[in-house]
Design a protein. Structure first.
Length: 150
């Protein structure tokens, strides 16, 4: 797989995150030369959306720098914000409307973390882009339960 990279800034609004998420989805799909229904494309879209949405809280109304790279079949997404505290994924309360972002990133990404910078922090996530072969996917899926009827 060829190496690719894009960098851009996202305005700190939910509408801008939606537009950026679609841009990342389309870009990853082109880079990976895969279908729009690919699991890795959907995973990248959700992970990016969660990272960018979290960054809005600490943006201080400034554009949010983003970098997306594909190298050696690993997709790395980085989102910078001005918040000084390093986040930790937690499980939110059952009735909470938010607080699931980093938890989802942790579940969906193959690797993720946060790096402190002089101007805040960079939250990043990596996704292995190699999709399993059909045989491997079948072997990993649970066997159907056999029912007997009398």
């Amino acid at each position: 797989m060829e190496a690719h990279q894009i960098t851009f800034s996202v305005l700190p609004t939910p509408a801008a995150v939606t537009t950026a998420r679609r841009h990342v989805r389309d870009t990853v799909q082109d880079w990976a030369e895969t279908s729009p229904d690919s699991d890795v494309v959907h995973t990248a879209e959700v992970v990016f959306s969660e990272l960018a949405t979290n960054a809005i809280r600490f943006s201080e109304h400034r554009p949010i720098p983003v970098a997306v790279r594909l190298s050696s079949a690993v997709l790395r997404m980085e989102v910078h914000d001005r918040g000084p505290a390093l986040p930790a994924p937690t499980l939110p309360e059952d009735d909470s409307e938010g607080g699931r972002g980093l938890f989802l990133v942790g579940v969906l990404a193959d690797r993720f973390g946060t790096t402190s910078t002089d101007s805040g922090k960079t939250c990043w996530a990596e996704i292995d882009m190699a999709e399993p072969s059909p045989a491997a996917a079948l072997a990993a899926s649970p066997l159907p339960v056999q029912r007997s009827y009398t």
